[in-house]
Design a protein around this ligand. Structure first.
Ligand code: ACO
Ligand code: KIV
Ligand code: MG
Length: 555
């Protein structure tokens, strides 16, 4: 038994009178819903400091750029800023013809009237009226019967209709039985149908019925079952746009949205990154990207996520959580060795095989599709990392293609340093470690120059001119290849033995000068493997430097 006082709690939601779960057999909704951003209203009303007029305009322009066609721009009766914002959109002609602005109002006469004043001159608007219908609010807040609560909704609906007609406009209407999730489902349906009876929606002028999980109270499949019931029992269903407005108290705002769509909904109200009251609203970025990741066009454009995040963070003063799906700074990052290895191999496989679809392990989508980079965003190095990840960074960022065995050596070297320093190592730091550890090592042997000649029998004569602990020396020997000749000269003079010469080389570009990199691995008499690398404009010199680096490490 935990010490939590769970007996204090019970379920406050209601199962629908008929339960239809057939929607659960659908795999996905098939097409994008109608999206409505409520960032400038629900998101804004939850901020410590609501957005200023200029900030709202900046945010609004970003929503247009993303592709929203329906935007709840505010609660005009709430404050001067809210009112002025809508007036500015009208007066500065900032509402494109294909965009509908939505305004929220309580079902109270003076609030509705003020809302209509703010709308003066708007061509396409949705007027959204709400009143709470839940048991808790009926009992504790409004202290009214079911019938009287329904009357509030109906009176509001009448006012919207009359004021729209008086203004000579054809605004569309939306009704929300606020706190739907704490309302008996058949009663919520009765209230919505009473509102629809007033509005008499037609195919040309559909009404929106919006079913909020104002406070999430149940698991998502229960919410979806409630939506299925409403979808099947609302009057004028063909002329009703059934909208969802999930919050996130139980952390399932996205799941509510997705299951609600399966259960028959047509429209989603939500916010970018899930900003909103308490734990927030459903995160439209996640819902839309979840569709994109299944190959369904969400009809919203998040191809420049970093730009969207920057603006969002600056005007809301909120922070996008590091692990927020798709948008968080760490959501594509792999620190752990086995993930990195699989990603690096998956990327290589993809480059070679060119498959039609994205299947790289551990990455649901290609980070590049939302403006993120592989460098720095995907493979990141700490003490949990392995050779595959380290080698990937060295190859992608610096063009260094180490032999397989050397990758292991370097991987452990980097891991140890990260472990001891107890920090992440950035690519430039890793490159510096590589350089310090392997490249052109100059003690105790330091190369001055060397000469290689072919002998009559096809062998090579090698003479190496170098310092050994500061003393100048010339060493000579024969070998069956250039490197062999130099290697023999070193072994003979220094009286050391090593075997298993592993060698590879490639050209590389750093800055403007084209260079070569050579890698050499040797095994000492004690069985220890050591690696050296040589960098030079000349490939033969690079290989001699690599050998001397390896021998220096052995010594
Ligand atoms: C779930 C949601 O997010 S709903 C949207 C919530 N957003 C906001 O409230 C932000 C903007 N709101 C405001 O600025 C203010 O609340 C205003 C300007 C709209 C109204 O301000 P006020 O009238 O001063 O205060 P308040 O909102 O507390 O009004 C409460 C009264 O309205 C009634 N009321 C509340 N909501 C509604 C509604 N949707 N329909 C009808 N009456 C309502 C209450 O029962 C209460 O009645 P009482 O005066 O008889 O006790
Ligand atoms: C106004 C309504 C739709 C709302 O924001 C909610 O219930 O969460
Ligand atoms: Mg809300």
């Amino acid at each position: 038994m935990s010490k939590m006082n769970v007996e204090k709690y019970t379920k406050n939601y209601f199962m629908p009178p008929q339960i239809d779960m057939s929607w659960a057999f659908k795999e996905h909704p098939g097409k994008a819903p109608v999206w409505c951003s409520v960032d400038l209203r629900d998101g804004n009303q939850a901020l410590v400091i609501p957005m200023s007029l200029d900030e709202k305009i900046e945010f609004y322009k970003m929503l247009l750029k993303i592709g929203f066609k329906e935007i709840e721009v505010g609660f005009p009766a709430a404050s001067e800023t809210e009112y002025e914002f809508l007036r500015t959109l009208v007066e500065k002609d900032l509402i494109p013809d294909d965009v509908t602005v939505q305004v929220l109002t309580q079902a109270r006469e003076h609030i509705i009237k003020r809302t209509f004043e703010a709308l003066d001159g708007v061509k396409n608007a949705v007027v959204h009226v709400y009143n709470s219908t839940s048991v808790a609010q009926r009992e504790q807040v409004f202290k009214k019967s079911r019938e009287n609560i329904k009357k509030i909704a109906v009176n509001g609906a009448v006012m919207l209709k009359e004021l729209t007609e008086a203004a000579g406009q054809s605004y569309r209407f939306e009704y929300s039985p606020e706190s739907f999730t704490g309302t008996e489902v058949d009663y919520a349906c009765e209230v919505c149908n009473a509102v629809l009876d007033i509005w008499q929606p037609t195919a040309d002028k559909k009404s929106i019925i919006n079913l909020p999980s104002t406070v999430q109270m149940s698991m998502p499949h229960i919410y979806a079952a409630q939506i299925a019931y409403m979808s099947q029992n609302l009057k004028y269903r063909d002329n009703v746009v059934l909208s969802l407005h999930p919050h996130n108290d139980r952390g399932t705002g996205v799941a509510d949205s997705e299951m609600g769509l399966l259960a028959g909904a047509d429209r989603i109200e939500g916010t970018l990154f899930g900003n909103g009251e308490r734990t927030g609203n459903a995160d439209i970025v996640t819902i839309a990207m979840n569709m994109a990741a299944l190959g369904i066009d969400p009809q919203l454009d998040f191809s420049n996520m970093p730009e969207i995040i920057n603006l969002y963070e600056s005007v809301t003063r909120m922070h996008v959580y590091d692990r927020q799906p798709y948008s968080g700074s760490l959501v594509f990052a792999a620190f752990s060795g086995s993930h990195q290895d699989a990603i690096a191999k998956g990327m290589k496989w993809r480059e070679k095989e060119k498959p039609a679809h994205w299947t790289v392990p551990y990455l649901l989508i290609d980070p590049k599709d939302i403006g993120r980079e592989y460098d720095g965003d995907v493979i990141r190095i700490n003490s949990q990392s392995g050779k595959g990840g380290v080698a990937y960074i060295m190859e992608q960022k610096y063009g260094l293609d180490m032999p397989k065995k050397m990758r292991e050596d370097f991987g452990y070297c980097v891991k140890d340093i990260s472990d001891r320093k107890h920090k992440e190592l950035l690519p430039d730091e890793i490159y510096k470690i590589f350089h310090d550890f392997y490249v052109n090592i100059e003690a105790p042997l330091s190369l001055i120059d060397f000469k290689l000649n072919k002998t009559a029998d096809g062998m090579r004569n090698g003479t190496v001119h170098l310092y050994i602990n500061g003393n100048e020396k010339r060493l000579s020997a024969q070998g069956n290849g250039r490197l062999d000749a130099v290697s023999n000269a070193l072994q003979k003079e220094l009286k050391i033995n090593y075997s298993n010469l592993i060698y590879s080389e490639h050209a590389m570009e750093i800055g403007s000068s084209s260079r070569a990199m050579a890698y050499i691995g040797i095994t000492g008499e004690n069985g220890k493997n050591v690696w050296g690398a040589g960098m030079d404009t000349d490939i033969i010199t690079a290989s001699v430097k690599a050998l001397i680096s390896a021998v220096n490490k052995l010594l």
